[in-house]
Design a protein around this ligand. Structure first.
Ligand SMILES: [Zn+2]
Length: 623
């Protein structure tokens, strides 16, 4: 399945990147661009820039950038093709698909999704219809899971044998290499294949758009020796820390209620869902990550943590609080009585009692204080200082000063702690925090510098290049990517690939050249999608949004020229500069040869050659 390139271009060019991003990020106009707070990293002053004219976005803080598809991919953690589909839907463009295979990046992910879908169906059939699935059905029955729920969450069962899935894949002629990549099967040293999941109940893990990206398998009996849970390894469609289990089922309800409940396990979530509590996601197996919080924050800022009441659950809550606070989320903590988990609780006490629990959720400071109080830490003066320090630490993560002060007063009253003492600790924490964030931004700046140096110094030759020649190459690359067919043609008629002296420039030029020489239509904005290497893509986006490039230079020239930013004069100038540089090098080369050659006819030829080169150079220099 493939969407024709012309269609992708139609979608891209009918969308205004400013309109699309405005749905997610508050943008305001500055000069020719729009700016806003970056949705991909925390910041207080905007470094996120969107260019209407170039139809790209770029963040100068975290260096995330690209065209409108890239934005949707990053923002919603979806694949390229999903981004195309989503945008088409928004714009009311009907998609038709070609049968032939498309670009490699696009179809490789599609293949993986397809395999996961087929295998998910296979596991689900095992559970619902097969004789061998009896034990698994009994298991779910015991846990009060209805068939309808099993279907809705795609629950399944992997048979106890070691080659049931292997046989199924072979029979269905499914690509084994890809199945290995997805971690569905594995191979012994002698090359024989075996099922990774066996005798486990299966939870498919969905992307926010509802596609199967991975599987989790749970043993049926707790006393079995194997690990309780087994998860698919990460792949190009599954990055563990970026997925929230159940989000695809919960997102509408989360938006509607403007609140999300976070639980620990798959079964917690499924039971709650079955009992009508649908605004739930599960972290399942990982500690809550920043990326998960960013993902969730697109649907709501209000979170209720509902972790198990055991020590591990409390520890996980505390850790999650910090991450949530950093992302400006409003956090409440709810808890079920000791010995229960959300799954057992709702099955025993029902929906209303559960909703009561959620209503009674405490703010995070109350929750933590209560924990310390129950451990007797406020009674022992030595321990109290430590407890207060721990309490105040997360407060320092809150950006809003007023909110901080209110919470502090609250806690001082409630637990009879001196406000001054709390304030002093908070000031210390804030200072520490400040130091850390400065250090972090310094590190980032250093890493960026290093990256640039690596790019520029990737070839020894480069050290001989002067800055203006490097800038000239960058300008050519920019033109190749935003100039369109005619300009690309003009550049390649004058400049060869090997004339690009900096490796990363040459690589980027090759990508355009391949599209150019294959005779396909060239669309300026869509060439960006062909750059698969992250490093190269980031670098390219920097070039395109670089303040020293066309954009700022055109601020200086007259308005009439500005309208035609890719004017022939500018393009000609950039190409001419490179041509002169190339000619200079050829003249040098020629001169060296001339000095070493003895043969008279050869000498004559070289001299004629020198003349021609010099003629061309002076005509170029004259303009
Ligand atoms: Zn950023």
């Amino acid at each position: 399945m493939r969407i024709p390139e012309s269609k992708i271009e139609e979608i891209r060019s009918s969308a205004s990147i400013v309109d699309i991003i405005s749905e997610f990020v508050q943008l305001r106009k500055r000069g020719k661009n729009f700016i806003g707070l970056c949705p991909f990293h925390s910041e207080k002053t905007p470094s996120f820039t969107v260019s209407e004219e170039k139809q790209i976005f770029n963040c100068f803080g975290c260096h995330t950038g690209g065209n409108v598809f890239k934005f949707l991919m990053e923002y919603e953690k979806i694949s390229f093709i999903e981004a195309v589909q989503e945008l088409a839907e928004k714009l009311g463009i009907t998609l038709q698909y070609d049968e032939e295979t498309g670009t490699e990046k696009q179809t490789e992910q599609e293949f993986l999704y397809e395999i996961n879908t087929t295998v998910g169906k296979y596991y689900s059939d095992n559970l619902l219809y097969s004789d061998k699935g009896e034990t698994a059905r009994k298991y779910f029955e015991k846990r009060k899971i209805k068939v309808q729920t099993m279907r809705s969450f795609g629950l399944g069962y992997a048979f106890p044998g070691r080659d049931d899935l292997v046989n199924f894949l072979t029979e269905k002629k499914i690509d084994i290499t890809r199945a290995l990549k997805l971690g569905l099967i594995s191979s012994y040293e002698d090359g024989r294949l075996y099922d990774k999941f066996s005798d486990r109940i299966i939870f498919p893990i969905f992307s926010p758009n509802g596609r199967v990206v991975a599987f989790a398998g749970r043993v049926l009996e707790a006393e079995q020796k194997a690990a309780k849970y087994l998860n698919s390894p990460e792949s190009s469609i599954y990055i563990k820390g970026r997925v929230l289990y159940g989000l695809s089922h919960a997102k509408d309800e989360i938006r509607k209620q403007n609140k999300a409940i976070i639980v620990e396990g798959y079964m917690d979530l499924i039971s709650l869902h079955q009992n009508g509590i649908k605004n739930v996601v599960a972290v399942s197996g990982t500690a809550l990550t920043e990326e998960q919080v960013i993902l969730l924050s697109r649907y709501t800022k209000n979170v209720v943590l509902l972790f198990d009441a055991d020590a591990a659950g409390i520890k996980a809550s505390m850790r999650s609080i910090e991450i949530l606070l950093k992302k400006d989320m409003e956090i409440k903590i709810a808890s079920v009585p000791a010995g229960e988990d959300p799954d057992s609780f709702i099955n025993k006490f029902g929906k209303e009692k559960f909703e009561d629990t959620i209503r009674r959720a405490q703010n995070f400071l109350e929750y933590q204080s209560a924990q310390y109080e129950s451990q007797g830490m406020f009674d022992d003066p030595a321990k109290m200082t430590e407890a207060i320090r721990e309490l105040v630490k997360p407060l320092a993560l809150i950006n809003d000063e007023l909110k901080r002060t209110l919470l502090l007063k609250n806690i001082s009253k409630k637990f009879n702690l001196r406000e001054r003492l709390l304030e002093e600790e908070l000031t210390k924490s804030l200072k520490e925090q400040n130091r850390n964030s400065i250090r972090e931004s310094e590190r980032k700046a250093q890493a960026q510098k290093l990256k640039e140096n690596i790019n520029v110094l990737s070839e020894n030759k480069t050290s001989l290049m002067n800055e203006s020649n490097i800038i000239n190459e960058r300008e050519l690359i920019e033109l190749l990517y935003i100039g369109g067919a005619e300009i690309i043609d003009n550049i390649f008629k004058n400049i060869r690939i090997e004339d690009f002296e900096i490796e990363i420039h040459r690589n980027l030029a090759i990508i355009v050249f391949e599209a150019y020489s294959s005779g396909k239509e060239l669309y300026a904005g869509s060439l960006l999608d062909k750059v698969n290497n992250d490093n190269e893509q980031n670098y390219l986006i920097e070039i395109i949004t670089d303040k020293h490039s066309i954009s700022s230079r055109w601020e200086e020239v007259s308005d009439s020229t500005k309208d035609n930013k890719l004017s022939t004069k500018y393009v000609t100038d950039v190409i001419r500069k490179k041509r002169i540089d190339i000619l200079n090098k050829m003249i040098d080369e020629n001169f060296k040869k001339l000095k070493s050659v003895q043969d008279e006819t050869e000498k004559l030829k070289l001299m004629r050659n020198e003349m021609e080169l010099k003629n061309e150079r002076s005509s170029l220099l004259r303009g």
